[in-house]
Ligand binder design. Structure first.
Ligand code: UDP
Ligand code: MG
Length: 139
């Protein structure tokens, strides 16, 4: 499982027409998509997904944003997937994100930062299972 990570293309990037460009970056950076869906989080699902952040001051803004429109959820496979994908997406705050990273190219603000990427192998597994059944993972 250590070669998998989980991502979402967030509502801002979907609204701004960046699905295709972001998937192209993901593929050309060596990640293989092994599960993917175009879906929408209810407020309750967003609250569950981001439960670890429930005490943070930005929680309400985050879950409102994440449930306001469709997202693309995907499981990605690559050697060292979690770490390499965090490098590809760049810092949480797009103004700190290195040139050429997905957040540098497509994010609009610290909150509306275009993509999610898991922060550990354990969370990649939990987050992938949150969105996909085993039958939906085509590795
Ligand atoms: N976020 C925010 N304000 C903050 C920190 C985070 O709105 O001060 C949002 C942002 O969308 C971020 C998400 O909450 O992507 C989860 O935060 P985390 O610290 O896990 O950042 P990430 O792992 O996404 O880089
Ligand atoms: Mg995080």
């Amino acid at each position: 499982m250590t070669n998998r990570t989980f991502t979402m293309i967030k509502p801002d990037a979907v609204e701004n027409g960046h699905i295709g460009s972001i998937l192209e970056k993901i593929n050309s950076s060596g990640f293989k998509i092994i599960a993917m869906k175009f879906t929408k989080l209810s407020l309750e699902k967003a609250e569950n997904f981001y439960e670890v952040h429930s005490d943070r001051p930005f929680f309400n803004e985050l879950v409102t944003f994440m449930s306001r429109g469709p997202i693309v959820a995907a499981i990605l496979e690559k050697n060292n997937a979690v770490e390499d994908f965090r490098l590809l997406i760049g810092s949480t705050n797009p103004s700190d994100a290195k040139e050429g990273t997905i957040r540098n190219l497509f994010a609009t603000s610290m909150g509306e930062n275009a993509v999610h990427g898991s922060d550990s192998d354990e969370n990649a597994m939990i987050e992938g299972a949150f969105h996909f059944s085993n039958e939906e993972i085509l590795s």
